[in-house]
Structure formats: C-alpha cells, structure tokens
Design a protein around this ligand. Structure first.
Ligand SMILES: [Zn+2]
Length: 458
C-alpha cells in the first residue's frame, strides 16, 4: 500500500514536471463561475473566460454530454474550460463543460450537527423553525416532511455524560431542499439520525500523538506511538509564543457541538516545522499547522478559516466517510517501519503510510466543500471577515502560479476551485452580508508573525 501511494505521488509530480517543461498549449481551467461580465464573458475568481463563437459549450450529467446554451451559464455553476491562456488572467475556451451533477438548485446532504439546534422542540413539533447544519441555514415550514424522533434515534445508544445527555449536537442530519433568495435552504425533507460511533474519531492503528522532548537534542517533537512503539516524530516549531497563539485561536473557534460527540474530542493545535503550505486534521482532533502556512498568511481571519475548515473535517468524520466510500482500499495497513529516531521528513508521505493521506492531500470535493461551508459559517459567527477565505486561496494561486494542482492545502483540487467555491458560497448564502467592519487582523496575529520570523517555504 505504501508503495502504491508513493508511486501515485511520484507519478503525479513527474507529470506536473512534464507539463511545465514541454510547454503544452492546451490548458484546463476548472472552477465555479463567480460572475458574468459583459457580453459572453465569465469569471472564475480572478480569471476571465472569454467565450467566442468558436467555443463549444456542453453540459455533463449522469447520462453524458449535451449541448448547452451560453445564455444559461450562471454564477455558481461548476465548469471545466479547455483551451488557452491569452494572458495571466484571460482564458479562451475551445470547449466549456458545465457539470450539472453539481447542480445547486436542489440541495441534498448529510452532516453532523456542529451546534445545539435552538429550535429542536419546534422542529419535533412540526412547527416553522430554523436549523443550522452542513454550513447552511435551513428553514422548515408546515410542508416539511420530518423524521425527527429523538427517543427512537437515541434508543440503544450508550448512556452519555449528564452534561451532554440532553444535547443533539453531534447527531446526524439528512436533508433535501432548495435555496431561497435570502441564501437559506427551504427544506422539503429532513431526518434526524444517531451520532457517529466513538471509534470514528480514532486514529488508525490505535496511534496516539504525544508531545515530547528528544532526550539528546532537547528538540520538542510530536511522537506518533503505536502502543510502546514509536512510529515517527515530527519537529514542533520551537517558538512557544507562536504555538500558544495558534492553540489559543484554535480553542476560541471550537464549535459548540464538539462537546456532543460520543467520543469527547480534544482538539489540539500544533505548529510543525514543514516547508509546505498546508494544514491537516487527524481524526482524533489533532490539527497540524505547518510553519510555512503561518509564513504566508496575511491575517487572523485567514488562519481562523483554515482552523475552522480543519475542525469540520474532524467533526464530520471525513476520514471515516472516505474509508466507507472507498471500501477496502485503505484498511488493513501496516506501517512500514520508520526508524524511530528519524524525523518525519515528508508529512504527506507519512500520513499516506498510516492510512490517512487525505488529512494532508485533501478529501473528495464534496467533503472539502462541506468543510469550506462549515468553516465559513464558523468564522462568520465569530465576527471574522469570511472573504479572507478566498484571499487565502489567492495567496496560494499567486505563489504557485496554480492552473493545475500542486502540493497545497487541499491538494487534489486546485486553489482556483477552492477560491471560486468559497466566493460563490458567500454570494449565495449571505447575499445581504456586510463584511466591511468584520475582523481581519489583531495585534496578537502581528506579534505572532514577528515571533515567527522568516520561515522556509517550498
Ligand atoms: Zn480540507
């Protein structure tokens, strides 16, 4: 298994290198349409797609490809353009395909409640009510079909701590509905389900992550232990003030619903020395922030979004959901013995070895989108400017030139997709949002940057 993963990585890097050197002219640009500008031009974040009569426009659904009228192209649609760059931000598409499988006119989804539903009694009673779930604000009315029986759903569950016994945070929701003009989702059908089993928050191989100090060098590390056996060590950033800042910020952002999960999640935030711009969340609530990420972010709102996004991966048990959806391909791994004394040189490779490559490489698009929606909602509720989430994507795009993908935050999707998704979600869900006075920066963030000093960035 580990050999297969490294091959995938190696092949991917080799292909990326080939593309750059061979000067391939046919390029692809994929993302969510964020605006229509002028006659026939479309925007994906900062890139303008210039349609012409020569552009072939198609839609794709489960039955294949069909012709699509250009006037029906609208913000929010996921499109894949194939063609050429005219200059840095102008793209000519020979072919433009609209992905109708991502149709957002009808929304259905599943999620775990990240906060206690304020209207729980009203929902149960069949009354008009609201519910925040999946990063959306749902509205229920008399016509909403409801399967909401707390007693039935909780029957047979192990007894919970008295403090959380009465809460619904952590419970599962399945819903379908359609978006309203005000950005809320009018729900047709909703169903309450039990919270995730406690084991879903465990690390594979029963690994434990323990902060420790190397006895010889006195370097502070994170140890990955399998029983008594040390499977790997990561170097923690030595600046304690930086660790404390990130930890403190992370704690302030923990969704209320984290208390309701069946295995109490202890979110822990660590800054590790790593030159890749990335952050990762492990199923047990350990959030790793690479030093390089702190080196490039511009304000606290960006970091608040990234940490909220990572916590959503944990609370929505994305690691577990991916295993279920790719059944068999990641179970039964053994860790290819690393020399216990060595430091983990490549976090991504190590995570692949222990079976949680998605922690650093990103999850499937639906799961990344869910973490983005919940991340946006979390920062908005705490008074941060949510537009900084797309600005973080822009930082990555500008640094790496983007276009394809590279070793970044949410590796498998390009930052253009992430940035355009975030922009589109904000427009759709918060059409009346005013963020001018929202929090972007704090003196504590600036102090952290000063303490951090220059860091190595790959
Ligand atoms: Zn992610």
């Amino acid at each position: 298994m580990s050999a297969r993963i490294s091959c995938v990585l190696a092949c991917f890097l080799a292909l990326a290198g080939f593309g750059a050197n061979a000067g391939v002219t046919k390029m692809k640009l994929t993302g969510y349409l964020t605006a229509r500008v002028g006659e026939g031009n479309l925007m994906i974040l900062d890139d303008r797609i210039e349609l012409s009569a020569a552009s072939k426009i198609l839609s794709r659904d489960d039955n294949g490809e069909h012709p699509f009228k250009p006037e029906e192209l609208a913000p929010g649609m996921l499109v894949e353009a194939e063609g050429q760059w005219l200059d840095r931000h102008r793209f000519f598409p020979e072919k433009l395909t609209v992905d109708l499988r991502q149709d957002e006119r009808r929304i259905r989804g599943t999620a775990y409640l990240q906060e206690e539903p304020r209207d729980a009694a009203k929902i149960a009673a069949g009354e008009a009510s609201e519910l925040k779930v999946d990063g959306y604000r749902l509205t229920l009315d008399a016509a909403t079909k409801r399967g909401w029986n707390v007693a039935k759903v909780s029957a047979g569950l192990p007894a919970r701590d008295a403090a959380v016994a009465a809460t619904l945070a952590g419970y599962h929701i399945r819903y379908s509905g359609s978006p309203s003009k005000d950005g809320r989702i009018a729900v047709e059908e909703i169903e309450l389900g039990p919270p995730a089993p406690a084991d879903d928050y465990k690390l594979p191989h029963n690994l434990e992550i323990v902060p420790a100090t190397d006895p010889q060098t006195k370097i502070e590390v994170l140890e990955f232990r399998e029983g008594k056996k040390l499977q790997g060590r990561m170097k923690l950033l030595a600046e304690h003030t930086v660790q404390e800042y990130v930890s403190h910020l992370g704690d302030s952002l923990i969704p209320e619903g984290a208390k309701g999960t069946r295995r109490p999640i202890e979110f822990r935030f660590f800054v590790v020395e790593d030159p890749e711009i990335n952050a990762a969340a492990l199923p047990d609530g350990t959030v790793l922030v690479n030093s390089a990420l702190l080196g490039v972010i511009e304000n606290e709102a960006q970091l608040a979004f990234i940490l909220s996004h990572e916590m959503a991966h944990v609370l929505q048990i994305h690691y577990r959901r991916e295993i279920e959806e790719t059944r068999g391909s990641r179970v039964g791994l053994t860790i290819a013995g690393l020399a216990a004394s060595a430091f983990i040189g490549n976090t991504g490779m190590f995570m692949a070895q222990i079976g949680i490559a998605s922690a650093v490489n990103g999850h499937q698009r639906e799961l990344e989108n869910q973490a983005d929606r919940l991340g946006l909602q979390n920062v908005i509720e705490r008074g941060y400017d949510p537009r900084e989430a797309s600005n973080f994507a822009r930082i990555i795009i500008n640094r790496y030139g983007d276009r394809t993908t590279s070793k970044l935050w949410s590796n498998h999707d390009s930052s253009v997709i992430r940035g355009s998704f975030l922009t589109m979600q904000l427009m759709r869900q918060y059409p009346d949002g005013h963020w001018e006075t929202a929090k972007r920066n704090t003196p504590a963030f600036q102090t952290m940057k000063d303490d951090l000093g220059p860091v190595k960035i790959m």
